[in-house]
Design a protein around this ligand. Sequence first.
Ligand code: PLP
Length: 458
Amino acid sequence: MKNYPAEPYKIKVVEPIAMTTREQREAYMKKAGYNTFLLNSEEVYIDLLTDSGTTAMSDKQWAGLMIGDEAYAGSRNFAHLQEVVREYYGFKYVVPTHQGRGAENLLSTIMIKPGDYVPGNMYFTTTRAHQERNGATFTDIIIDEAHDSQIDLPFKGNIDLNKLQKLIDEVGADRIPYICLAVTVNLAGGQPVSMKNMREVKELCSKHGIKVMFDATRCVENAYFIKEREPEYKDATIREILKEMMSYADGCTMSGKKDCLVNIGGFLCINDDDLYQQASELVVLYEGMPSYGGLAGRDMEAMAIGITESVDFHYIQHRIAQCRYLAEKLEAAGVPIVKPVGGHAVFLDARAFLPHLDQEEFPAQVLAAELYIESGVRSMERGIISAGRDKVTGQNHKPKLELVRLTIPRRVYTYAHLDHVAEGVINLFKRREQIKGLNMVYEPKLLRFFTSRFEPKA
Ligand SMILES: Cc1ncc(COP(=O)(O)O)c(C=O)c1O
């Protein structure tokens, strides 16, 4: 066993968590329609549903809440947030939003015309939904290897420049308002993008007058991987790497609920004066004044402090180490996982875990449900259910990756909690042949993974 860094924080407040029996969990899962999103959190022992908004804030952030300036306009906490965003990310303008999808809504609405194309390094659910809602077609231009769970590459989130060039040749640059470059790529398993790739994407896009917009949700995790894997950055600080990464973008959407270390919040960053003008007019309609955008002053303060804490080397080193610790235990027991391990989660490869199930029997969905019953651990499907249906044909998208995401919240769980998670997955792996598929009995039209319901196959 390798050495893993101990927690770079100590515990000041504790939150007791539910201890349940297997019989209780079977009943809870049935009631939740075999969808882990529909469980009550009080029914969950270790909650690895998401790393979104589940962060433990620091004492400084909690203290920051007390200096919230709740003025309707011109709050001092907005001024602080703006200052921090400019300093750490380097963008000219920031428009706060209630969370990342609020920023995606603004960006897609101001930049997309019906018939446009938005290329990206694999889709993200809400991001693509906003692009499509505004009339664009999302085009996946991530490198092919990203769709293979077993290929071990340092920067598996990279954009394939040939695919980008091909799309430009086919549809014309004037039908591509921007490229959406996610750092890291959530649905590929939290895989990073190299600095070199960002630089090259920016060069190619600039040549064609196409803007580069980052989905910066997990940009600090990406910066850590660059430090570790791109030799010229080994002596650079996380903060320096982050600033350089952002210099290859014209703006970004941000879900502050991840790498800004807060429970709610997000923002849109933009350098262009005219686009900022449009965003600051639109935000009034959907979120609030451009100086609060759906957030309380205290939330903006916590987010500003969170940004400064997120670039601390020891924090981010420990976070990535926790993912690797869990992965190492699973791999040692032969459990199939996505490789290499990304920055926010360990992804189980449900196809390899349950090879006897067809994709339309929802292997990842049933695996998440069974893991909860086995161990009280809540995880999430990232496969055919999350991918939804083709907007033209109505057929299921059938992604190559059929995954269960074990997402590690920031600064919340200890290595001992992760031991419990590993034990649950390994027990399930030992009895994998007994696991049967599911039938979907309720399917909502939009983002179906949140509320769809299932029943076990006979
Ligand atoms: C890569 C990525 N982009 C965007 C979002 C949307 O952010 P939010 O949940 O804050 O709306 C998420 C949330 O999980 C995400 O992981």
